[in-house]
Design a protein around this ligand. Structure first.
Ligand code: MG
Length: 191
């Protein structure tokens, strides 16, 4: 195994199908309100309103590793045999960990980074791996741009599942539609 390379994976929309979780919770529990209102309330769940409290409870009921993308397990298992794999995710510790429960054995605790404010923690997380080649796999262009500006040697991999045309001057090093496409870049990542 090449311990000089770390691949840091985001959770939401990268390993985990967050859209399905939201859809399931809406369909099952919130048909009585407009979906737009539901989605608006989802954006910031930390406030204490009765609706947000109910949404939080229902998300907890439905969250779980069964909502990982179909290719997630295979790819993480494969890559974990060749390089270090880690987590770099935004959100609440307990909730994020619940999403990846079934694949947690592939990630060392010291390489698992979950924060409410991911962008502000980027310098600290990248500094931890200064002696390694770093790949960041994320669906957020903002995170990749920031990572590249902090350390230009970081290899940025954008997960663009919807095939959006990102209007931006920034070009990620690699763009993939799903994790399975990481296999096309194996040689580069394992090097
Ligand atoms: Mg994400």
């Amino acid at each position: 195994m090449n311990k000089n390379t770390i691949v840091l994976f985001d959770i939401d929309y990268t390993l985990f199908d967050t859209k399905s979780l939201k859809d399931i919770v809406y369909e099952k529990y919130f048909q009585d309100i407009e979906k737009a209102l539901f989605l608006e309330n989802l954006k910031n769940l930390s406030e204490e309103t009765p609706l947000k409290k109910r949404i939080r409870e229902c998300l907890w009921k439905e969250v779980g590793s069964h909502l990982l993308y179909p290719e997630t397990l295979e790819i993480i298992e494969e890559f974990s045999k060749k390089v270090l794999v880690g987590i770099f995710s935004k959100g609440h510790q307990k909730f994020q960990r619940e999403k990846i429960k079934s694949i947690k054995k592939f990630f060392e605790e010291e390489n698992t980074h979950i924060f409410l404010d991911k962008i502000s923690k980027l310098p600290e997380v990248l500094a931890k791996y200064l002696d390694k080649r770093i790949f960041i796999v994320d669906d957020s262009l903002e995170v990749l741009i920031e990572a590249k500006s902090i350390n230009p040697k970081v290899m940025t991999i954008l997960v663009d599942r919807e095939g959006k045309n990102f209007e931006n001057n920034f070009k990620p090093d690699i763009v993939i539609k799903n994790l399975k496409e990481l296999e096309k870049h194996k040689i580069e990542i394992y090097a």
